[in-house]
Design a protein around this ligand. Structure first.
Ligand code: ZN
Length: 371
């Protein structure tokens, strides 16, 4: 979570956040609907009424986007891929799906769930409009939601990674070749689609519709960047998922509960090239001590204070059989550079960020020199 977004609620264990940029789109949609759409098709009301109906429509659009993202998330969770949060922001929503799909089939199912949900919603509002044909504002809201959900489903089906359609394209190529080639191709179509949107922005500018130009321009920039980042992310994930933590960890012996800081500094600290040290607490649980915490304690007290007394509870750790990808994700999430490697209740070692980074550098070099 960051200070740029407001935590809304939790559903199916997924935290839903509202990004501040969403308010821009909320006001834009509310005003556009209140000034143009509703007065044109449903005349005869005051501006305040239109504003109210516009705001309700914008909130229901937001609910539709949320349901779209939830569909992706539920299918992902069903296939064992954790989803931590959904962020709603200016261009819609993003479900923070934690891992790459384990297979092309799962990727396909997760990707198609969103557009299918939007089409189902469009169909639902189509039925509602059929049974409520009165030419009033309620009918207006129903019609609006039918069109936006249809548009949401169609736009997301454009085969431009990382849009859903791009993910579907990727899953199909992945099934025939490999994930890297698949991501390369679908990121390329994603970038091309981004340029196409920017071109539309330029044409709108020439025609004098400034708001449309801005809209297309920003959306194009956003998608172009997202395609690039997603490609890098996939490459990283593919490389790091091949290796297990045990292959890269430094073995380490834990500090025992009765060791004083002096004993630790003499016997333990010089042996290992790490910053954190796992400590067995008096309760038998595993804690960690950071060398910086020790250095802040005056040396005169080192004989009397035990390491276990200043150790902190574990924030995160990995098992030796976890992938390096999982280790890196945990490090990023908790802003750590080292993680204890623990199996059962046994401390085995430490996995360090710089070891993972140097592995990635080797891959980068290999790519540069064409293997
Ligand atoms: Zn989607």
């Amino acid at each position: 979570m960051n200070f740029k977004s407001i935590p809304l609620f939790k559903v199916f264990g997924i935290q839903v956040n509202l990004d501040f940029s969403w308010f821009i789109v909320f006001f834009l949609i509310t005003f556009t609907l209140a000034e143009a759409f509703y007065p044109y098709y449903y005349p005869g009301h005051s501006f305040l009424v239109y504003l109210f109906v516009g705001a309700i429509s914008a909130i229901l659009l937001f609910a539709s986007v949320l349901l779209h993202e939830l569909s992706h998330s539920i299918v992902a969770i069903k296939h064992g891929i954790p989803v931590r949060e959904i962020d709603l922001f200016i261009f819609g929503g993003v479900a923070m799906i934690e891992e790459e799909a384990p297979s092309p089939k799962v990727e396909f199912l997760v990707a198609i769930a969103g557009p299918l949900c939007s089409f189902a919603l469009a169909f639902l509002f189509f039925i509602l409009a059929y049974f409520y044909p009165q030419n009033d504002l309620l009918n207006g809201i129903i019609n609006y939601l039918m069109y936006v959900n249809l548009a949401l489903g169609l736009f997301n089906l454009v085969p431009a990674f990382p849009l859903d359609g791009g993910r579907i394209l990727r899953s199909i190529i992945w099934a025939k070749k490999d994930i890297i080639t698949a991501t390369k191709v679908s990121s390329w179509t994603g970038t091309m689609f981004a340029y196409f949107l920017m071109l539309l922005g330029l044409l709108s500018l020439i025609q004098g519709s400034f708001i449309n130009a801005l809209w297309y321009g920003f959306l194009g920039l956003f998608l172009k960047n997202a395609a690039k980042v997603s490609f890098e992310q996939t490459k990283l994930s593919v490389i790091l998922s091949q290796y297990k933590v045990e292959q890269f960890m430094h073995t380490i012996k834990p500090v025992l509960p009765d060791e004083t800081i002096s004993e630790f500094m003499l016997h333990h600290y010089p042996m290992y090239n790490t910053r954190i040290f796992p400590v067995i607490g008096k309760d038998g649980k595993i804690y960690v001590v950071d060398i910086f915490d020790i250095k802040s304690i005056p040396q005169t007290q080192w004989d009397t204070i035990k390491v276990a007394d200043i150790a902190k509870p574990l924030v995160a750790y990995v098992s030796p059989y976890d992938t390096l990808m999982k280790a890196l994700k945990l490090m990023n999430r908790y802003q750590l550079n080292e993680l204890p490697v623990i199996y059962g209740n046994t401390v085995l070692g430490i996995i360090k960020r710089d070891v993972i980074e140097s592995l990635l550098e080797r891959y980068m070099l290999q790519e540069k020199f064409g293997r």
